[in-house]
Design a protein around this ligand. Sequence first.
Ligand SMILES: NC(=O)c1ccc[n+]([C@@H]2O[C@H](COP(=O)([O-])OP(=O)(O)OC[C@H]3O[C@@H](n4cnc5c(N)ncnc54)[C@H](O)[C@@H]3O)[C@@H](O)[C@H]2O)c1
Length: 247
Amino acid sequence: MRLQGKVAIVTGGAHGMGEAESRLFAREGAKVVVADILPDLGDAVVDSIRADGGTAMFHRIDVSQEAEWEALIAATLAAYGRIDVLVNNAGISGSAVGDPDAIEGWNKLIAVNQTSVFLGTKLAANEMMKTGGGSIINISSINGFVGSDGGHPGYHASKGAVRIYSKAAAVRYGPQGIRVNTVHPGYLPPMLNGTNANSRALAVAQTPLRRIGVPMDVAYGVLYLASDESSFVTGSELVIDGGWLAQ
Ligand SMILES: NC(=O)c1ccc[n+]([C@@H]2O[C@H](COP(=O)([O-])OP(=O)(O)OC[C@H]3O[C@@H](n4cnc5c(N)ncnc54)[C@H](O)[C@@H]3O)[C@@H](O)[C@H]2O)c1
């Protein structure tokens, strides 16, 4: 029960890594708000958590919209009274927007992957500082450190921005007891919108541990940063990539 008594919001909690984090957090005693743009998948995750004896609710949000963040924060406070943990996990891959040179795709990636993290962090921090602090975990990527041939430049840019924005937020909110860290997953199963769909074999070959990750590999790292075990850790970067970035 490493999160006993804590209230946690997980964006993108309806699928993939966010789903794994929502389930793990609930098992560790947190009250979990599964926040996602997909209500059907999100409701199913919440039903399953409740069936296992956990506490969770679904809230629909488009994380690129500030008014929807305000509604999510209000709904969380109304249901559970406080916010201790925010995982800014929702994101889209470059393949969701196509043309790497079109301004529309660039703007969409920046809005969903980057601006969302700014909005969620500042609004959650405003509540966390009223209760003595909290932990914010922002999901970047190995692509927040390096570029790539086939990757969408907007994806790399958004994930790099999440990395350095989180350090600025860690410095800004540290005196209020709010920790802000980033997690950098390597190759994992394809995102809903198709990243890596045809490149599994190549990803395995390029990863020193010779496998791609599973969502729970990342969820355990996020759990550590969410829990009080990491109470002196802020502004840091947790890479969970099977050794890919070490090469
Ligand atoms: N899969 C990988 O290989 C990989 C690697 C590194 C980093 N990441 C990052 O990890 C995070 C989770 O990725 P995943 O693989 O679990 O992806 P996923 O596609 O399985 O899940 C992402 C979730 O975010 C939700 N979402 C998308 N846009 C949204 C919006 N505007 N508002 C609210 N919710 C929205 C989706 O509905 C989905 O449930 C993302 O930020 C992604 O960029 C993924």
